[in-house]
Design a binder for this molecule. Structure first.
Ligand code: GLU
Length: 403
């Protein structure tokens, strides 16, 4: 008998798809730990704090109150109302008449799904989407899954890798339909100033582009408050703000993100979501509501977490400064350090070579810059205990010196 054909040929949809490199690193670190290796995981882009107690208690209460069924596809009204109220408070600081309504909000299973909904609903074959680079790995894949073309716009390291309107404009073609902004930036930790952000949005408007503004790290900044596109955009006609509870409230596993856009786009994304995941997890929505309506007590917890990230950043930067040959991008936000690998410009994909060595010989997991389309660098996440961060950074310095 002929054996059954077990070969698998991927469809054209995913033929070019690459697994998320950021996730792959932390999965590998977990596997090595399970096998007994004492790995320090500076790969994961995930706060190491527990979700604040009041949020956990609200979720337990929600279960007992029967919040265990499907909800509206776009999320429960109280949560969308709270999101809209927060956004309106920001927006009305600059445009008094601009009220954001719950109909413009779609809650999804993590901000990753929010981004995917937006990319899939806005872009298609023949469209080009500008992506300031280095950038988070998944923007590229999401644009590709929509069969559109991602166009990298490389920022200059001497300016914190931030792009300028002139650099964006130089990449605009007749096919350009969108721009994906992100500040504070994953993986560099750079933060766009109010003027820089305003000018990028103005440039996008001039070229009639849709802007997807990923603001998931906005609450984690160390200087002035990081700007939201809602603080500076002249108009919201072609703007999609993406945010969520994962990073600010240490709620990565709850999987709640959202978009704030226009009512017609929100309707389209809701239709898309109704065929994929349908409503986000009911209990998680109640937890997110508690986070957003928790008032000063929750704000104080967020401030304390950010202060701890700040301490770790300063400690890591102080250690790295002891080796003047190491080039580090000075970060003002998120919880990442972007470091140039030894042999950059000389060894092909120097970041991957260094990351591999750090894992195999030093038991330190980091993400190679290739994941962010900047192969000479590595990203470390300091979302780990201070002593672990310091130990890992010392090992990185030693490895750098002996490279
Ligand atoms: N965004 C985080 C990171 O960059 C979490 C993992 C992921 O979704 O990529 O590491």
């Amino acid at each position: 008998m002929t054996p059954p054909d077990t070969s698998f040929t991927p469809s054209a949809n995913i033929a070019q798809l690459k697994e998320s490199a950021t996730i792959a690193v932390s999965q590998r670190a977990k596997a090595l730990r399970a096998a007994g290796r004492q790995i320090i995981d500076l790969g994961a882009g995930e706060p190491d704090f527990d979700t604040p107690r009041v949020i956990r208690q609200a979720a337990q209460q929600a279960i007992d109150n029967g919040a265990t069924r499907y909800t509206a596809t776009e999320g429960i009204l109280p949560l969308r109302t709270a999101i809209a109220a927060h956004a309106t408070a920001r927006r009305q600081r600059i445009i008094a008449a601009d009220t954001i309504t719950p109909a413009e909000v779609v809650v999804s299973t993590g901000s990753k799904q929010s981004l995917y909904n937006a990319c899939f609903s806005l872009f298609g074959p023949a469209d080009e989407v500008l992506i300031p680079t280095p950038s988070w790995t998944s923007y590229y894949e999401m644009v590709a899954l929509a069969r559109a073309t991602a166009v990298p716009v490389h920022g200059c390291p001497s300016r914190g890798f931030k792009v300028t309107p002139a650099e964006l404009a130089a990449h605009v073609s007749a096919r350009t339909r969108g721009l994906i902004l992100n500040s504070p930036v994953n993986p560099t930790g750079s933060v766009y100033s109010r003027e820089e952000f305003r000018d990028l949005l103005a440039c996008a408007r001039e070229h009639n582009l849709w802007v997807i503004s990923d603001e998931i790290y906005r609450r984690i900044s160390y200087g002035a408050e990081a700007v939201s596109s809602l603080d500076v955009a002249e108009s919201r006609d072609r703007l999609v703000v993406v945010d969520g509870v994962a990073k600010a409230y240490a709620m990565t596993g709850w999987r709640i993100g959202w978009t704030i856009s226009t009512a017609p786009l929100a309707k389209a994304m809701t239709a898309l979501q109704s065929h994929t995941t349908f409503s986000p997890a009911s209990v998680s929505q109640s937890a997110a509501l508690a986070a957003l309506t928790g008032g000063p007590a929750i704000d104080a917890t967020v401030t304390a977490m950010v202060a701890e990230f700040h301490t770790r950043r300063d400690a890591a930067m102080a250690l790295l400064a002891t080796e003047p040959k190491i080039r580090v991008n000075p970060p003002d936000g998120a919880f990442y350090l972007f470091i140039e690998a030894p042999g950059a410009g000389r060894i092909p994909d120097a970041g991957s070579v260094f990351a591999k060595r750090l894992l195999e010989e030093c038991d330190v997991a980091v993400v190679p810059g290739a994941a962010f389309f900047t192969p000479d660098w590595i990203r470390i996440s300091y979302a780990a205990e201070l002593t672990q961060v310091e130990l890992a950074v010392r090992r990185i310095i030693d490895a750098y010196r002996s490279a």
